[in-house]
Design a binder for this molecule. Structure first.
Ligand code: 4NP
Length: 177
């Protein structure tokens, strides 16, 4: 278990830890931007917007610089969730910027563990659905890229379940009430 984060602080509360989370999929245009949007939405609703910072990235540079897939944005918007940003590749140096590196599927997980510079970095990597008590062990968020619109709704459902559990996990691990 990584030690509690004590690095940066919110300006108005020097005791509040800033926890940095990055969601990672393959292209950073479908699943991880949706997870980022869902997480930010839930973090804000929990009043933790100054405590938990959220980003996303991809294991590939296939879509570097592109906005999220229009189907991701539309599915999220229908639920009142903003999905934005530009695709970028997750690089080895990112391990020093993030406390939790959250993979959407088992291939992303393996790629991230392969990229990790040391065991401490490896321990930052988890599967999103490991935080969803209703998902089986080692479950992946399925890639919706080549499928229909319903796949994007399913991704949002899974992201919501995983992010709820992740927030509880961060609260416990970091001692955030
Ligand atoms: P994502 O979906 O990893 O959820 O962003 C994909 C996007 C693009 C590709 C594959 C998956 N692609 O092969 O271009």
């Amino acid at each position: 278990m990584p030690p509690p984060v004590v690095r940066s602080t919110a300006p108005h509360d020097i005791l509040a830890p800033m926890v940095h989370v990055c969601f990672v999929c393959l292209g950073n245009i479908c699943r991880s931007p949706m997870a980022e949007g869902v997480m930010r939405h839930l973090v804000a609703a929990a009043g933790l917007g100054d405590t938990i910072a959220v980003e996303s990235a991809g294991t590939s540079a296939y879509h570097e610089g592109e906005p999220p897939d229009a189907r991701s944005r539309a599915a999220a918007r229908a639920r009142g969730i903003d999905v934005g940003g530009r695709s970028r590749r997750f690089v080895r140096q990112d391990f020093s910027r993030f406390d939790y590196v959250i993979a959407m599927d088992t291939e992303n997980l393996d790629d991230l563990i392969g990229l990790a510079p040391d065991p401490a970095a490896e321990r930052k990597v988890s599967l999103l659905l490991a935080f969803d008590p209703a998902s089986p062990p080692h479950a992946s968020v399925p890639d919706p890229y080549y499928g229909g619109a319903d796949g994007f709704g399913r991704v949002l459902d899974l992201c919501t379940a995983g992010c709820r559990g992740l927030i509880e996990h961060i609260r416990r691990e970091q001692g955030i009430r």
